[in-house]
Design a protein around this ligand. Structure first.
Ligand SMILES: Cc1cc2nc3c(=O)[nH]c(=O)nc-3n(C[C@H](O)[C@H](O)[C@H](O)COP(=O)(O)OP(=O)(O)OC[C@H]3O[C@@H](n4cnc5c(N)ncnc54)[C@H](O)[C@@H]3O)c2cc1C
Length: 517
């Protein structure tokens, strides 16, 4: 009999387990896969190559989690935490973004507008980060603490000052395309900034709500400075391993290769789980790191849910639109006119906001983009252990590749991989001839490998209708659920996806305080 069973050893499940164990709870983590980390793992592909198979950069892991769980003493090493972003031009006129500085063919007006834009977005994302560190406020009337939570949000907005507050309220619900048009002329800059506003979602730069995603992406504080990225030595899996070590050191038990089939109930209260093997394990509390649809529709079952709540979970939008390309290369690719010292930075193919918009148009109608946008990393530049001597690993997140592809992925898989390699060839001529191993993970593959319904990066779209106390759905927006004894702790809950650890931390605090919906 455990105090808490956590379903899933994704990074949020591990964080939740560590906090519960730290508070003296007897905790068991059950993971379906044969390794911990969920979509934050390092694994092999091809012969002699290793890659961060899901998440490949860290920008959101919260310093509060790092400090409170003493992750550095358990081996956490984020490596260089200030990767630059290079917005690639196939003509070789690249733009480099380094904090609030721009290098490349960019006007003085754009340079100065960027410094102002960046400073304002940083102020907004700091506000968001404060909201991320707590369960979202409850809308139900009644408790003094709920009114205080709402007051705190209002006070945070008020502290921005009149101009910022007005701008924040104006842009939060609109689209990034219009915001960028107001500020900049440079197409590469607009492309790079728009890319961050759509990444991981079924959003184009002209979709309303894209500004919210941009703010979410820049709310990370890994370097006390919003918006920087790290490529950890050993890949992102090394972060999950540090989390697992911390959880175990605090007393949690982790079992891999232990898929949960169903929740068990005592009356209407969750009282444990049954594994696919038939084994039954009891616990006072069950916390699910699996995505909301999987949790409620598969593991709980609709018959245990009120019809209205079951409907709202059905309605949750969680069809992924991101693919992942892994290439094992004979040598370091040469991007046209790119200083080779920049090859290990974060490289983007998003040459303009219009380019992204056109790429999204195809995905809207169920097709892969003919000219997709990509976030490319070559982690073997900083960490040669990821490939045999002299070889390199390229990892690219590809936007857009719809989960519900017209005609299905079976026949589209290889042609799309070829499209991507051909596209890379345009930016780094000869790259295709260097490929020794290649692997494409479509959203369907992501669903199969990581157990995420729809293969969605965030376990569900990150838009206003699925954010804060509405995430994943009304009635389950504060980690507690309509089922007594069952809580959520994954990316499908506030504050959403990305390797942050905050959903896991907030969920643990809610469990420890006996929180209700
Ligand atoms: C292709 C891709 C690229 C990404 N790139 C980045 C990036 O560069 N940076 C970034 O910050 N974020 C990135 N993300 C997002 C990030 O990886 C996720 O948002 C994050 O890992 C979610 O963590 P989680 O712990 O909430 O859930 P998950 O990582 O999904 O973990 C859930 C766990 O639950 C387990 N599980 C599910 N069902 C069961 C069951 N029935 N029984 C037992 N176990 C079960 C799963 O196997 C899994 O291990 C990316 C995501 C994808 C898919």
């Amino acid at each position: 009999m455990y105090d808490a069973i956590i379903i899933g050893a994704g990074h949020n499940g591990l964080v939740c387990a560590a906090y519960l164990a730290k508070a003296g709870r007897k905790v068991l983590v059950l993971e379906a896969n044969d390794r911990v980390g969920g979509a934050a793992i390092t694994r092999s592909f091809g012969t002699g190559f290793k890659v961060s198979a899901g998440a490949h950069l860290i920008n959101l892991l919260d310093p509060v989690v790092i400090d409170e769980l003493k992750l550095e003493s358990h081996g956490l090493d984020l490596g260089q935490k200030t990767l630059k972003t290079v917005s690639l031009s196939h003509k070789g006129q690249h733009l480099v973004i380094d904090g609030d500085q721009l290098t490349g063919q960019v006007s003085d007006e754009d340079r100065s507008a960027f410094a102002d834009y960046k400073a304002q977005m940083t102020r907004f994302s700091r506000l968001l980060n404060k909201l991320h560190l707590r369960p979202p406020p409850r809308l139900k009337p009644g408790r003094l603490s709920d009114y205080l939570d709402l007051l705190r949000v209002g006070a945070g907005l008020r502290r921005l000052g009149q101009r910022d507050m007005r701008d924040f309220l104006r842009i939060a619900g609109i689209n990034i395309y219009d915001v960028l048009e107001e500020h900049f002329d440079n197409e590469l800059l607009k492309g790079a900034l728009a890319f961050d506003a759509v990444l991981g979602n079924h959003l184009g730069p002209r979709s309303n709500g894209s500004v919210l995603n941009a703010l979410h992406r820049s709310s990370g504080r890994i370097n006390d400075d919003n918006g920087t990225f790290a490529s950890p030595p050993g890949g992102v899996g090394a972060v999950s391993e540090a989390l697992a070590k911390a959880a175990v050191a605090l007393g949690a038990k982790i079992r891999t290769g232990a898929p949960v089939e169903q929740l068990m109930f005592n009356g209407d209260t969750a009282c444990g789980v049954r594994l696919q093997s038939g084994e039954q394990i009891e616990a006072e509390t069950v916390v699910s790191n699996a995505d909301p649809k999987r949790t409620f529709l598969d593991l709980v079952g609709a018959r245990h849910l009120e019809a209205e709540f079951a409907q709202s979970i059905h309605r949750t939008r969680c069809s992924g639109n991101v693919a992942k390309l892994h290439l094992g290369l004979k040598s370091l690719p040469r991007f046209t006119e790119l200083d080779p010292t920049l090859a290990g930075e974060r490289l983007l193919i998003a040459p303009s906001a219009d380019y992204l918009d056109l790429a999204f148009n195809q995905a809207k109608y169920g097709h892969c983009s003919d000219h997709p946008a990509m976030e490319i990393t070559i982690p073997s530049v900083a960490d040669p252990s990821l490939a045999d001597e002299g070889h390199h690993v390229l990892s690219a997140i590809v936007q857009y590749a719809p989960y519900r592809l017209k005609g299905g992925w079976e026949h589209a898989h290889e042609p799309f991989k070829k499209t991507l390699i051909d596209q890379l060839d345009q930016y780094a001529p000869g790259l295709s001839l260097q490929v020794i191993s290649s692997e494409l993970l479509t959203p369907a593959d992501i669903e199969a490998e990581f157990g995420i319904t729809g293969g969605h990066w965030h376990h569900g779209e990150m838009t206003l209708d699925q954010a804060f106390m509405l995430r994943p759905a009304p009635g389950a927006g504060r980690y507690a659920t309509p089922i007594d004894g069952l809580y959520l702790c994954g990316a499908g809950s506030h504050p959403g996806g990305g390797v942050m650890g905050l959903a896991g931390r907030n969920a643990a605090q809610t469990v420890l305080s006996g929180g209700k919906t």
